[in-house]
Structures are given as C-alpha cells and as structure tokens.
Write a protein that binds this ligand. Structure first.
Ligand code: PLP
Length: 419
C-alpha cells in the first residue's frame, strides 16, 4: 500500500491540530505509525486519500451500524437540509425521533436531545445531583463517559490507550466527589454508603477498555443496592444503545436505568446525544425545573432526520438477528485464528492479547499492547481497519457480508504470522 498523500496531509495536520487530530485515539499512538486520511466511505468500506480500500470495523467508533453512506440516511439529510439547517425553534422531527427512542426504551418517559455523548452524560450527572441534592457520584474503573471533568477519573478509551488515568486540568476538588469501584466486584458495591451518593454511572456493556462483559449478578446487585438508597442509576448506553439489542443493555439484561444516556447510533453519523428517564426526574430540568441545561443546536433538524432514518431502518424485523449472526460467525472463527482472550456482546467484539480472563480494567491492562500494535498494522496492510488501540472494540454493521467476513479471516491468518 502507498500512503504518500496521507503522509503529506499528516504533516500539515500536525502543524494545525494538537497531535495532528481532533480526537486523541485517531492519532494511532496506541499502535504506532500515523493515521490514514479517509476520502470516502460506503457500506462497510473506507477508501483513503491514496486510494487504499479497507473493510471497516470501527464504523466511526460505533454510529455507523447500517454501514456508511446508507442511501436512506443520505436522502433524509439532503431533504432536511433543503428546508434549512437549524431553526432554534421546536421542529416536528424531534418528536418523531423521541418516539422511536421511547419505543425501544420503556424506562425513558421523557428525554432531552443534545449534541454528543459527552453532553448527555455531563447533563445526566448534573440532573442526578440536582434531583437527589447530593454531590458524590460513583463510576467504575475503565468506563468512559465522555470528557466532562467529574467523569475523567479512571476513565478508559484514550485514557487507557495513553495510560493517563486522570486528566490534567481537573481540579482535585471535582475528582474528590467521584468514587471509583471495580467492575464485576459485587463485594465492592456493598461497601459504599449509597445514602450519600447522587448516582452511579456505568457502561452496562463496557467498551472503552476493550470489551468486558458484566455478569448479570453484578448488574442486578448494583440495581438493588442503589434502589434502596435514594440514589439514581445512570446507564450510559452511548455505545451499546441500539447496538446490543433494540432496547440496548436494558433489554438484553432486563435491568432498568433511572436515567439513560444515548449517543452514537442515535444520530446516524451526525452529532446527536440524548439523556432521558422517569418524568419526575426529567422535569427537574429547565425550563420546568432548577437544573440548567441548554443547546443552540440541540434537536438539530439534519441530525434528527439522520437519527430517524437510522432507527427506522434498524428496527426492521430480522436486523438484530442478522447482526448477531454476522458477529458470531466472525468472532467464532477469529478465536481459532488469533491467540488471546476474545469477548463479544452482540455486534461489539474484542481480542485481548493476554492469557488471563479479562473481567475488569486491571486484567484488561495485562494485554500485550505491542503485540496488538503488530496485529493492527498487519490487518491494516491486509485491508482490514480495526480500532487503533487495544482498549477499544470492533463494531459489526449491517453492511458487512459473509464475503467481507471471509476476507477478514484471510487477513487475520496472514496477520498472525507477524505476531
Ligand atoms: C463515546 C462515548 C461517550 C462520549 O460520547 P461523545 O459523543 O464522544 O462525546 C460517552 N459514553 C460512552 C459509553 C461512550 O462510548
């Protein structure tokens, strides 16, 4: 493969953007080398500016569950744009998208649209604090909930990739109000004095330190200990929402969030997030309540149109079964080819380069990241684009076919030779 044009653009980008990028994990620092620049994307494929073609398992980090440039989404956005790109007044599409969300998530009676997952979780935390009149929150080691100050404590994703567990610039006073617990550790849940906690926030299908499935017992115990205390459970389904099932982790595991945060898929590749839950909690938001939250572009008509087109297409019968089947086929075969610890929940999957069963952040970090880097680059050279970090996950889309999976497995057979 040739990378001349990408290399040239990288030199220019490095002068303009810190680290050459507008979001850290794009910089390939977890695997070495420099990223390619994408010219276009279609279905499950990306083409870079030098004309190289890749089968894509990143899907813009989760949103592109229908594949890239899906004709229904493209048409919906074009039609919406013709009528204006932002109004700053209510628009009918906000209601249509909200109905689709509430249909999938019975725990969401009312919601608010925002522009990113970060905004959703940041606002949900503020709301939980305002509703309970308590300050302390609980999060879990390695879970990433966007980059709001109080949530950048032992967070995964870029933090895990670069081994910076806490961000500079977050005052210790903020971090003091964030308690961190270990995933899958039931005893740890029982040591917390929940009566002083506003909320616990968790990724019910943790996917920002690689993919770590939680046990049902752990999730049920968490729900139970919180329930009796007046604290709220915030289920961060920004990544797993609409992906592991139509009703996300809440449908998959039969648990209910007091508040739920959504993002990624809900915008079909445009910037959308949402948070929602019981009406009595949501009504504490301005203008009905005292918790302030706002957004110039929130409920943006283009973004709403893309979200509606995505969910309507995704909810068609058979699609979740198809995603499950494609993902199972790929992962069952990968397991036989690539040595390591493999995890999968629905269409999210991960290979940890370790022999230890991965059940929490500490065991995830036993992975040989140098080896992962070699695997990543060998896959890329063979036309398969995986997330450029051990501590991220793979995403299957409905645009992948049996032939794409075959091609991926052929690439993996080549790639393991480089390990
Ligand atoms: C991606 C992600 C976020 C942040 O969403 P952004 O749109 O990147 O701000 C929050 N929580 C989880 C679980 C995520 O995966």
């Amino acid at each position: 493969m040739k990378h001349e044009y990408s290399t040239k653009l990288w030199q220019e980008a490095s002068k303009l953007f810190p680290g050459g990028v507008n979001s850290p994990v794009r910089a390939f620092r977890g695997v070495g080398g420099t990223p390619f620049f994408t010219a276009r994307a279609h279905g499950c494929r990306l083409w870079d500016v030098d004309g190289n073609e890749y089968i894509d398992y990143v899907g813009s980090w989760g949103p592109m569950i229908l594949g890239h440039a899906h004709p229904k989404i493209v048409r919906a956005v074009q039609e919406a744009a013709r009528n204006g790109t932002s109004f700053g007044t209510p628009n009918p599409n906000e209601i249509r998208l909200a109905r689709l969300v509430c249909e999938a998530y019975p725990s969401i009676q009312k919601l608010r649209f925002v522009n990113s997952g970060t905004e959703a979780t940041m606002s949900a935390i503020r709301l939980a604090r305002g509703f309970t009149k308590r300050n302390k929150i609980v999060k879990f080691d390695g879970c990433y909930h966007g980059h709001a100050d109080s949530l950048l404590v032992k967070a995964g994703s870029g933090g895990a990739t670069f081994d910076v567990p806490d961000s500079a610039g977050v005052p210790a006073d903020f971090a003091r109000n964030t308690l961190t617990l270990t995933l899958n550790d039931i005893a740890g849940l029982k040591r917390v004095n929940w009566s002083e906690i506003a909320c616990a926030i968790i990724e019910p299908v943790p996917g920002n330190m690689g993919l770590i499935p939680l046990t049902i017992e752990f999730l049920q115990t968490l729900r139970q200990v919180i329930h009796d205390s007046g604290a709220l459970l915030v289920l961060d389904e920004v990544m797993c929402g609409f992906r592991v099932a139509k009703g996300g982790a809440q449908e998959l595991y039969g648990i209910t969030g007091d508040l739920t945060t959504l993002g990624k898929i809900i915008g079909g590749g445009l910037p959308v997030g949402a948070f929602g839950g019981r009406a009595e909690i949501m009504d504490c938001l301005a203008p009905t309540g005292a918790v302030y939250q706002a957004g110039t572009l929130s409920g943006n008509p283009l973004a709403m149109a893309a979200g509606i087109a995505t969910l309507e297409e995704l909810f068609k019968p058979g699609n979740y079964e198809k995603l499950e089947q494609l993902s199972a086929t790929l992962c069952d075969e990968l397991k036989k080819i690539v040595p390591g610890y493999h995890t999968r929940v629905g269409s999210k999957f991960c290979t940890f380069f370790t022999d230890v069963p991965v059940v929490d952040y500490a065991t995830a970090k036993t992975s040989d990241t140098k080896k992962f880097g070699r695997y990543f680059h060998a896959m890329l050279e063979n036309g398969v684009y995986l997330a450029p970090s051990q501590f991220e996950v793979g995403f299957m889309s409905l645009a992948h076919t049996g032939a794409d999976i075959e091609a991926t497995l052929r690439a993996a057979r080549e790639a393991v030779k480089a390990l």
